[in-house]
Design a protein around this ligand. Structure first.
Ligand SMILES: [Zn+2]
Length: 68
């Protein structure tokens, strides 16, 4: 048993009341931003994430510890 740290973010953390249940958990923030960008494109029709939303996303990222 060991503890591993992950970055976690849900769409609702960025857009409360947005009604999107998308959630990601990755090992690095870079990976997370990539998945968020893909999701934003596919589900929210955002070809690129506006800078103010990037800031929101980064502020909302949580670090969670998971026992593996
Ligand atoms: Zn979403």
């Amino acid at each position: 048993m060991a503890d591993k740290q992950y970055k976690q973010l849900g769409c609702l953390d960025v857009q409360p009341g947005g009604g999107c249940g998308f959630q990601v958990r990755t090992e690095t923030e870079a990976e997370l931003m990539q998945l968020v960008a893909t999701h934003a494109k596919q589900c929210h029709k955002l070809d690129s994430i506006p800078p103010e939303m990037v800031a929101k996303v980064q502020a909302a990222v949580k670090t969670v510890t998971v026992a593996v």
